[in-house]
Design a protein around this ligand. Structure first.
Ligand SMILES: Nc1ncnc2c1ncn2[C@@H]1O[C@H](COP(=O)(O)OP(=O)(O)OP(=O)(O)O)[C@@H](O)[C@H]1O
Ligand SMILES: [Mg+2]
Length: 292
């Protein structure tokens, strides 16, 4: 990851026209190639913050810089050439009758010719695992497929920064993993900078580099998952919880006195630590796979 800040957000205060103060004292930076999470409970300000990062919300005090320029001074075309926002609800984003028409809308508007548009649509559908669905009616897609088509639409335009609002919400557990794997692949293999809003605490430690926790419109904590996920009581204060596996180990450590060194956030880490604590003779013939 290069140390180049693509997006820098400083918002002292933002209120909606009805007076609801949705953001305050926000200070965050997104570096090129990062995979960052904005974690927060319902109503904490995640969608509002993503909209500010996409230039959709402008009347706040403060400044959002996209590659060093105030996003409010950029034209929509200049913004959308770099940054794309995937809405929380795919039905608000998709509008064309078929998959091909929807995904080709962006590149067509950017002025690409027919063959280049087809090439871009083909590649984008391949990236999201939806090749072969170009002629399908949007209406007949499953919810998870619609979310993938939304991402394809932005990829076809060649966005370098993807802002995703709850990309895993409404997906089944396998769909959640597939979506996170897709985003990880885009991030690692194609260098797309990814910012996602979520409240899926179990998924976050497996995939994300860095997290910001939002509560009541403010960033209350930030850092790598291992620093941000602390005690269950502190998570409860911001209406979140620890990942299930971390909660189990936390209780074993603090209530039952099992001597864990730290609180693992993933099943893989927990397995290693448990195996290290168990006597060799009760593990499978002493062949404890996770001991290394
Ligand atoms: N258009 C609007 N007009 C007035 N208030 C709004 C508007 N949109 C959001 N809000 C308020 O702003 C606050 C933050 O809302 P936001 O949608 O950003 O939260 P969120 O973290 O995305 O929540 P969720 O997890 O439910 O999607 C909430 O108090 C909400 O009621
Ligand atoms: Mg939201």
């Amino acid at each position: 990851m290069e140390d180049v800040t693509r997006l820098s957000v400083t918002i002292r205060s933002f209120s909606y026209p009805d007076g609801t103060r949705a953001l305050r004292d926000i200070n965050l930076g997104i570096r090129r190639g990062e995979f960052v999470g904005i974690l927060g409970s319902n109503g904490s300000g995640k969608t509002t913050l993503l909209k500010a990062m996409d230039g959709l919300i402008r009347d706040y005090t403060g400044v959002t810089l996209l590659d060093g320029t105030d996003i409010r001074k950029l034209s929509p075309k200049e913004i959308y050439g770099k940054v794309g926002l995937i809405f929380q609800n795919p039905d608000e984003q998709l509008f064309a009758p078929t998959v091909f028409e929807d995904v080709s809308f962006g590149p067509l508007n950017m002025g690409f010719t027919g063959s280049e548009v087809s090439r871009r649509v083909g590649l984008a559908l391949g990236d999201v695992g939806m090749e072969g669905h170009a002629k399908k009616s949007i209406h007949n897609l499953s919810f998870g497929q619609k979310k993938r088509i939304c991402i394809a639409g932005l990829l076809a335009m060649g966005h370098q920064i993807l802002l995703l609002d709850e990309p895993t919400a409404g997906l089944d557990p396998m769909g959640e993993y597939k979506m996170m794997n897709l985003l990880t692949k885009l991030n690692r293999e194609q260098g797309v900078t990814v910012v996602m809003a979520t409240h899926s605490v179990d998924l976050v430690p497996l995939f994300l580099d860095r997290l910001y926790i939002l509560s009541k419109g403010q960033i209350v904590r930030s850092g790598p998952p291992a620093e941000v996920f602390t005690a269950p009581e502190e998570m409860a204060q911001v209406k979140l919880r620890l990942p299930h596996i971390a909660e189990l180990i936390y209780r074993l450590k603090n209530e039952d006195g099992v001597p864990f060194d730290n609180i693992p956030l993933t099943v893989g880490e927990a397995r290693k630590q448990l195996l290290a604590l168990l006597p060799t003779d009760i593990t499978l013939n002493g062949k404890a796979g996770g001991r290394s």
